[in-house]
Design a protein around this ligand. Sequence first.
Ligand code: SAH
Length: 236
Amino acid sequence: MLSVKILTAYPDMFPGALKYSIVGNALKEKKWSLDIINLHDYGYDQRKSIDDEPFGGGPGMLIRPDVVEKALLSIDCQNHVTRKLIYLTPAGKVLKQSNLAEFSQFNQLIILCGRFEGVDQRAIEILKFAEISIGDYVLAGGEIAAQVLVEGCIRLLPGVIGQPESLFEESFSNNLLEYPQYTRPQVWNDAQNEDHEVPKVLLSGHHEKIKQWRTNKSIEKTKLIRPDLLVKEKKE
Ligand code: SAH
């Protein structure tokens, strides 16, 4: 079972989104577990402070390395447990679907959520946290980013998604975006009284043709919106 441990200054932000839908059901069914470690329990003074000013000056505060270490040591780790330590930061490697597949293979994921200006670099290097970003933008804290990462990992675990074949054809498998999809009504009459039909090929029942159409649409869409994915495919 995948055990997820979150180190955070805001424990009440969990389970948050992780309580809902397939990921929440999987948590109830004990397909994975979630433990929240409050960094303030390991604060360095009477007031349980966790942060301090950056050396060299500059705005904001940093989470101290000794606080992170104490919080980390509170997690017990048996020898047979494979664990991955992740610090969420905009200054990290940008998270990819392939990383989620890799992370979901571990027994234990320990995720450090930053706040303020971030975390003392020594904590990251000495305690061996991999620096991971969820995208090229800056959030106020790592908690939502942690939920993004965990949700993405959990849906890949065996038995979490009802129809596992849906994992093979979705966006980023094969370095392509997913083809467009349609459901009922077959003819949608909108508020302007205009009719919009679904592509005819999807109604044909001709599986080969549908497959071909979808592949073409995937490539077309990827070329238009994410040409970088196609370049990557050639390189790999
Ligand atoms: N001073 C930092 C930003 C700090 S934002 C810098 O310029 O790089 C505060 C915290 O929010 C970070 O420590 C991190 O844990 C989280 N965070 C913000 N943006 C993020 C992102 N894109 N991906 C992952 N975590 C992020």
